[in-house]
Design a protein around this ligand. Structure first.
Ligand code: B12
Length: 254
């Protein structure tokens, strides 16, 4: 007869009963109670652009204010996406898709209202002249917009004159520049000099593959950061009147 060792059976059938929470489960904990708002938040979280518009319209039809929905629903949905991304539960494409749904929603709310939405502040973003690498810049734009900033996005391969004239016209709280090539990043120096010549001393935040902290500090250009997701935190500090030295102390690596 076959001899069975009972200890081996116990080990073999010892299945792990706890289930790890999925990103959806985690997100559900943050969804608001109000059914009309919750539907919009869920649609942003899912990155479902059509559903965002349908749920927004439904909320407006039921008495919600179009512009208040930007902060109360669209930003809440995007905030949940950002939190899960920070916690490593979502990936960058999830953030980009949700941000697009949120951006469409913001446009829809603006069109549906005769008042204008209050952004935290304005930021100008660009990729330096001669450089077409715009992926990092697109990411930081998404993060800034999803954190309540209005971004004037000049795109890539932007001439110095255009950066300066845009800053003069729009008076942003800060400027962000991206450069991916060692041959193009010297534009940052020229831009900084031209800004100062025009009496504009706003923080100039520089990043992108080719740029280093040493380059940005050596030429006294501005503040360096290698992570697009941190840019809204820098902007929040700029809004708190942080000086260049304070920004460097907080965001530069020692
Ligand atoms: C994709 C890519 C391309 C694509 C660009 C598509 C696009 N729309 O962006 C295409 C194919 C068009 C391309 C073309 C070229 N490329 Co190219 N390309 C790359 C590649 C593979 C990835 C770059 C990238 O998107 N990285 C991902 C993004 C997310 O990174 P990122 O922009 O650095 O952003 C991160 C941070 O830097 C930060 N960040 C970015 N911006 C900012 C701004 C602020 C304010 C802050 C705080 C943070 C921040 O946030 C992001 C992370 O969160 C790199 C190689 C590499 N491994 O980097 C080469 C690379 C950049 N390319 C290079 C070269 C040489 C070229 C070409 C000249 C090739 C050629 N001979 O034609 C052309 C240049 C055309 C031009 N005039 O610009 C070189 C540059 C070398 C150098 N140091 O000068 C690299 C490094 C490849 C190499 N090893 O040789 N390229």
């Amino acid at each position: 007869m076959l001899e069975i060792d009972p200890t081996s059976i116990l080990i073999r059938y010892n299945v792990k009963l706890e289930k790890e929470m999925s990103p959806d489960d985690v997100a559900r904990q943050f969804f608001p109670e109000d059914k009309l708002i919750r539907a919009i938040v869920e649609a942003v979280f899912e990155g479902d652009e059509d559903e965002v518009l349908v749920t927004l319209q439904n909320a407006m039809d039921n008495g919600k204010d179009a512009l208040k929905l930007i902060d109360d629903a669209l930003m809440v949905g995007m905030g949940i996406v950002s939190k899960l991304y920070d916690d490593g539960l979502l990936y960058l494409p999830d953030v980009m898709i949700a941000a697009q749904a949120m951006t469409d929603g913001i446009e829809y709310c603006k069109q549906s209202s005769d008042r204008s939405h209050e952004f935290k502040a304005k930021v100008v973003s660009f990729v330096v002249e001669g450089d077409v690498h715009d992926i990092g810049k697109k990411i930081l734009t998404v993060f800034l917009r999803s954190n309540g900033y209005e971004v004037i996005d000049l795109g890539s391969d932007v001439p110095v004159d255009e950066v300066i004239s845009t800053v003069m016209e729009h008076r942003p709280i800060m400027l962000t520049g991206t450069a991916l090539m060692t041959t193009t990043m010297y534009s940052f120096r020229e831009i900084r000099e031209r800004l100062l010549e025009n009496g504009i001393d706003i923080p100039f935040i520089c990043g992108g593959g080719a740029v280093t902290q040493d380059f940005v500090t050596r030429y006294d250009i501005g503040v360096y950061c290698d992570d697009a997701a941190v840019v809204p935190k820098i902007a929040d500090q700029v809004l708190n009147n942080a000086s260049i030295e304070e920004l460097r102390a907080q965001f530069h690596r020692s």
